[in-house]
Design a protein around this ligand. Structure first.
Ligand code: SF4
Length: 290
């Protein structure tokens, strides 16, 4: 079995944002947080947690993605602990990504992520690359914590993280050309871009409704794909069948399967939940590995 990436779901009670398209809000979340030092069996669970990390490492996994149903940086204590545990592993994870909208990230926090936690890639989830205010509104970020996208990107580059812009495609991009999106991403210092088609669960949630009303147009997607084919250089096929291209010295993926519903013939992707157990699917408790 070869596991290519391990998503670590960082425990938090409630997300500080309220993204209009939030996948996490489409599913109920009831995994107990056993990584809580105040609980009676913490020592046992701590060992369980380490065991799961080691299991992923034993199976060839070298990449951790810090993520979850909230913003990982809401729980600095947990990230601190993760950094310590990872360093204590016989073979620590070398590549650590954090998935975030950037809320709460200032220079001090970025330095902590880089130096203590060992994060190497910041995957910045952006709903409007051209307007931080619109972006904050779609992401439901509290007004007092609005993310200034250019400022944050410049800090991310100051600490020499790999900057991946994860663009949540919605109607705001309709009418824009692919060329202007790439130009903007380049200006912001992006090394990588993921174009994410938003996930519709098919269960008539408010998030489904929002996505349907704010759908990215077929025209944009067609133009985007043609642009990538014309200007880009094919690099390789990724684990879920997406093709990776290099465009203007940025690596680019168009992701139309952000819930990873395809390509499950082999276990390539695992999730470590705060209950200290490994799962292979975000929305199915039956996917428990151990
Ligand atoms: S940041 Fe993530 S978890 Fe939080 S509301 Fe947005 S999509 Fe949901």
């Amino acid at each position: 079995m070869k596991i290519q990436s391990l998503s670590v779901s960082v425990p938090n009670k409630k997300c500080i944002n309220n993204c209009a398209f939030c996948v996490s809000k489409m599913h109920s979340e009831d995994y107990k947080n056993q990584m809580d030092g105040n609980l009676p069996f913490y020592d046992l669970y701590y060992e369980d947690y380490v065991k799961r990390l080691e299991f992923a490492r034993d199976n060839g996994c070298n990449t951790v993605v810090l993520t979850g149903n909230t913003e990982p940086q809401q729980n600095r204590e947990f990230l601190k602990l993760f950094g310590i545990i990872n360093k204590s592993l016989e073979k620590p994870f070398r590549k650590i990504d954090i998935q975030t909208t950037g809320v709460l990230l200032d220079e001090n926090y970025l330095r902590f992520l880089r130096n203590h936690v060992g994060v190497s890639t910041v995957a910045l989830s952006v709903s409007d690359l051209f307007d931080s205010k619109n972006n904050g509104e779609i992401n439901g970020t509290p007004k007092s914590l609005l993310v200034d996208i250019p400022k944050l990107c410049s800090l991310i580059k100051k600490y020499d993280f790999t900057l991946r812009l994860s663009l949540n495609l919605n109607a705001l991009y309709n009418g824009r050309s692919a060329a202007c999106v790439f130009k903007k991403a380049k200006e912001l210092g992006a090394n990588q871009i993921t174009f994410r088609e938003l996930y519709i669960s098919g269960t008539d949630t408010p998030q489904d409704e929002w996505i349907k009303k704010n759908l990215i147009s077929r025209e944009f997607l067609t133009e985007l794909n043609s642009y990538i084919l014309e200007k880009g250089k094919f690099l390789r096929v990724l684990e879920y069948g997406h093709k990776l291209y290099s465009v203007d010295e940025m690596s680019v993926v168009v992701d139309d399967d952000c819930m990873s519903k395809r390509g499950k013939e082999e276990l390539r992707y695992l999730i470590l939940r705060p209950d200290c157990k490994l799962y292979s699917s975000w929305d199915d408790k039956g996917s428990l590995v151990f």
